[in-house]
Design a protein around this ligand. Structure first.
Ligand SMILES: Cc1cc2nc3c(=O)[nH]c(=O)nc-3n(C[C@H](O)[C@H](O)[C@H](O)COP(=O)(O)OP(=O)(O)OC[C@H]3O[C@@H](n4cnc5c(N)ncnc54)[C@H](O)[C@@H]3O)c2cc1C
Length: 450
């Protein structure tokens, strides 16, 4: 492993970060593709932190509400309560008007419309047909996508089978977007799908590891086979830490089956908020090195931070995630270095909207002589569009994580995205509120160079 003086790396990171900030517009409106309602939602949650929790609870319950009147009643209950933090005169006025007919009905309809518009910013379409124009737009920008069929953990086998069917249909009908780019290490397919295993098997559990893996293999094989037959990429997304061992073992076993062992377009995810993640990554690196052909690791920080902390505290367990964001960030940089040190025996995708995290890893890649197409930058559909433009204009491959599904059932996805991005320590909140200057946003989280 080449040792690069950390001071030099910090200087190049800072310079690159400032260049990225400079080239992308700082205004929050652009950060979210200009969608008014998402911006308003974020601004409100920054201004009234208590309201934020109530907003999440409301959005969570919204899909189950049938009539506009019911929506208004729940809106008042959750968002206009005394402890919401909203000034009393605003609360009282809104409560008064919300109680009048037909305002109560119209207001419910308006709320449904606004939330639908907000989720529409993050969800490309119901299915391939309705998402077609948005997918073409991504390709026209020179970017690629990974498709995700929205779904939370399956509650029944019927749901799980339906989810599998959706993926198979997707893979059979996405041909018009196929193609690939030739890179220094081989071919990189344009079409890429991201699969959530808890939606493929309703009984997934770490306590029944063998059974879970065996059932998931049955469901996954047709998906992986169809991806392989068409030359597409298939990724197993990371979920709650409870499933981590099931998913990593599943990946190692199924990607080594005779049908799949020589196929290079499979991937897994490592979440660097997990204290165990560096060891998990080393395990996957070893696996990839010993496989006939490398797999890809998508490096993320992790989307379930609140869940992991609350659940562990409730049960008196050791908290599996770092509790200080800078530790997660530093671990992201350490793991990113490990990945690049192992190129091309493992391929990498860096999924983040944090300019410091990306600038650090891009500087490290350059110092190691890696080309800009030897790895990918991945970002969520509907977010950080100005950064996507900057990175692709610099010559990097940018892949957009693009969900497909119905707006209202996709709400859980929306809630998670907003939770991650409005957390006190999140990069986005600091950027939008202007609470932190660029130099601070680009500062060393500490410990990355160890
Ligand atoms: C393309 C793409 C694919 C993704 N796929 C997955 C996936 O498969 N599985 C998954 O779990 N997530 C996934 N994510 C979400 C990802 O894990 C992050 O939650 C999200 O990207 C925010 O991180 P950031 O680097 O962009 O922003 P930042 O603001 O720099 O980081 C926010 C993250 O820091 C961590 N954090 C927040 N507060 C604390 C704290 N107090 N202590 C320690 N850590 C903290 C959390 O992980 C939080 O999400 C994906 C993200 C992208 C862009």
């Amino acid at each position: 492993m080449i040792t690069i003086p950390s001071r030099d790396l910090e200087t190049t990171t800072r310079n690159l970060g400032l260049k990225i900030f400079d080239q992308s517009e700082r205004r929050s409106s652009r950060f979210f593709s200009g969608l008014f309602w998402v911006r308003k939602f974020l601004e409100l949650s920054f201004r009234y932190p208590k309201l934020k929790l109530e907003l999440f609870r409301f959005v969570d319950v919204l899909p189950s509400l049938r009539s506009n009147r019911e929506i208004t009643e729940h809106f008042v209950l959750y968002l206009l309560s005394e402890d919401s933090g909203i000034p009393a005169w605003i609360r009282k006025t809104l409560r008064f008007y919300a109680s009048l007919f037909p305002i109560s009905v119209l207001f419910g309809g308006f709320v449904r419309f606004a939330v639908g518009r907000a989720s529409g910013n993050f969800i490309a379409g119901r299915d391939l047909k309705t998402a077609d124009a948005n997918l073409k737009r991504i390709r026209a920008k020179g970017n690629v996508f990974t498709l995700d069929v929205l779904g939370e953990a399956a509650l029944s086998e019927k749901e799980a089978v339906a989810y599998q069917k959706q993926y198979l249909e997707l893979l059979r009908n996405i041909g018009r977007f196929s193609g690939s780019e030739t890179t220094g290490y081989g071919r990189s397919p344009f079409v890429n799908v991201s699969v959530k295993c808890s939606s493929l098997y309703s009984q997934i559990s770490s306590l029944a590891k063998e059974e879970s893996i065996s059932a998931l293999k049955e469901r996954l094989r047709p998906i992986l086979r169809t991806a392989k037959e068409n030359g597409y990429f298939a990724n197993l997304d990371a979920e709650q830490s409870d499933y981590k061992d099931v998913l990593l073992t599943l990946a190692e076993e199924i990607f080594s089956e005779p049908d799949f062992a020589d196929y290079p377009h499979f991937g897994v995810v490592i979440q660097t908020y997990l204290r165990e993640s560096e060891n998990d990554l080393k395990r996957i690196l070893e696996y990839s090195k010993n496989r006939k052909t490398p797999i890809t690791v998508r490096l993320v920080k992790g989307a379930y931070w609140e869940y992991e902390v609350i659940r562990a505290r409730e049960r008196g367990w050791e908290i599996p995630v770092y509790e200080n964001k800078r530790e997660t960030d530093a671990n992201y940089e350490r793991c990113g270095r490990l990945l690049m040190d192992s190129f091309p025996r493992v391929l990498s995708a860096f999924a983040s909207h944090n300019v410091r995290s990306l600038a650090y890893l891009l500087s490290y890649a350059e110092s190691k002589g890696l080309s800009k197409r030897d790895f990918e930058i991945q970002m969520l559909y509907g977010m950080a569009d100005s950064y996507k433009i900057v990175f692709s204009s610099m010559g990097y491959r940018v892949r957009e994580y693009t969900p497909l599904g119905l707006m209202l059932p996709g709400m859980a996805y929306l809630v998670r995205r907003l939770l991650e991005n409005t957390s006190n320590q999140g990069f986005l909140q600091n950027l939008i509120t202007g609470r932190t200057n660029f130099e601070t946003l680009l500062s060393d989280p500490g410990g990355s160079n160890e």
